[in-house]
Design a binder for this molecule. Structure first.
Ligand code: PLP
Length: 413
């Protein structure tokens, strides 16, 4: 077990100029079957426990038919990789038309390493396109996650070792008919992982849309190789927003925290045994790193009991989030427990955004931790999201400090 820690990024720079371009990915995602924005849910009991004004939870437990946000990156990276092979962007509106458009490329296999969600998303994308998939997983992956990947029709290879070992093995699978769609990058392999980061922009575009332009004060970003956090940086830093960005990692797989501290990419060797399995990574992504170094404000490393506590708190609000999915909220509580609220600028006026990046991908452990099955919650979540369906206007009203401020200033909302 590593040590719980909160550090400020000494290299936090000014605005980056390689901001996110969410228009392409968002338009693409809208054309995929089952696309709809995921819910943004206010969690009042959690806000009062944290001592902040609002906690808003972006719930990614059902995204494009899968229980995690990762399909956003996997689908866009696969699409861009196919467009690169075609040499030009095809005209299409439906998946059937896309399949026809990419037919000249012949039968392909999509390959990826994963600690669960990314690999399942790549396998799903392969299935949608009529391709084969080959997914490489570390040897400590629980059966439920392996079964979920196989349920997409993938061939699964269990690699003896860590997630990082699975990444190394998957890299060797690349070939004329096999496209590696990795969410992490290494020297000589940067394009698809760059597209994965771009694909995640859809989450932040949806958040902005739901908030009608109201800025949150802090965003907690669950961080494995840092692709997702890099998407957060691209989004918030390109607009010059003052929103504080906090990466959250398990204390024994805190490669981004250690890299930020050292000012240079730093490996945190395994074994990584956190229950936040999506964050069990020993190396940051090569292309994510420069963005993280300039754009993160704080890094927090936390122990597993905080993730379990956050799962229960979210469950009490009717939100089903697994171990990794609860990490962002766990990071916020970690900051508070480490006495860092003032430093991070969390107070009674703060609005905090946490991204609950996955649902209960290990239902057996979910029931052990929360004491209920994931299904027991769904009706409550439904109730909660119905409330938010009143849309942006109502949410602005909920964020009354902004509302009253605007009224006092005689501004239009
Ligand atoms: C549910 C979930 N949240 C967050 C992450 C972290 O994303 P990244 O590896 O891009 O930092 C992962 C990665 O697998 C994940 O599965």
């Amino acid at each position: 077990m590593g040590t719980e820690e909160l550090i400020r990024n000494p290299a936090r720079g000014a605005v980056t100029n390689d901001g996110d371009s969410h228009a392409g990915p968002l338009a693409f995602h809208r054309k995929l079957p089952g696309y709809e924005p995921t819910p943004l849910v206010a969690a009042p009991s959690i806000a009062s426990a944290l001592g902040v004004h609002r906690v808003l939870v972006k719930v990614e437990s059902s995204r494009l038919g899968l229980p995690a946000f990762k399909m956003l990156g996997a689908s866009w990276a696969t699409y861009r990789s196919l467009v690169a092979r075609l040499g030009a962007e095809p005209e299409w509106e439906t998946l059937d038309e896309l399949r026809v458009a990419v037919a000249p490329l012949g039968k392909l296999t999509l390959a990826a390493a994963t600690d669960g969600n990314h690999g399942r998303a790549v396998a799903r994308m392969a299935k949608l396109l009529g391709y084969a998939s080959h997914i490489f997983v570390p040897d400590d992956m629980v059966a439920a996650r392996i079964d979920a990947i196989r349920s997409e029709g993938a061939e699964v290879t269990i690699v003896h070792g860590t997630y990082d070992d699975a990444v190394a093995t998957s890299a060797a699978a690349a070939g004329d008919t096999t496209l590696v769609i990795s969410d992490t990058s290494w020297p000589g392999y940067t394009e698809p992982p760059g597209w994965v980061i771009d694909g995640y922009a859809t989450i932040f575009a949806e958040v902005d849309d739901a908030l009608g332009g109201v800025e949150v004060d802090a965003v907690f970003l669950p961080t494995g190789v840092g692709a997702f956090a890099a998407a957060g940086v691209a989004h918030y830093r390109s607009s010059g927003s003052a929103t504080r960005l906090v990466s959250v990692e398990p204390s024994d797989a805190d490669c981004v925290l250690e890299s930020i501290r050292a000012g240079v990419m730093t490996e945190v060797p395994g074994p990584h045994r956190s229950c936040m399995v999506g964050l069990n990574c020993g190396n940051a992504s090569l292309i994510a790193w420069p963005r993280l170094q300039v754009g993160l404000d704080f890094c927090v490393a936390i122990d597993d009991h905080r993730a379990e506590d956050a799962m229960r708190r979210l469950a009490a609000e009717g939100i089903v989030a697994g171990e990794t999915g609860s990490a962002a909220l766990a990071g916020a509580f970690g900051v508070m427990a480490m006495g860092g609220s003032a430093e991070v600028g969390l107070d009674a006026d703060s609005d905090v955004l946490v991204i609950a990046t996955e649902g209960a991908t290990d239902p057996v452990n979910y029931q052990r931790v929360v004491g209920r099955t994931p299904e027991d919650h769904h009706h409550t979540l439904h109730k909660n999201t119905e409330f938010l369906k009143f849309g942006k206007v109502i949410l602005n009203l909920i964020l009354e400090k902004h509302f009253w401020h605007a009224v006092m200033m005689g501004q239009q909302l």
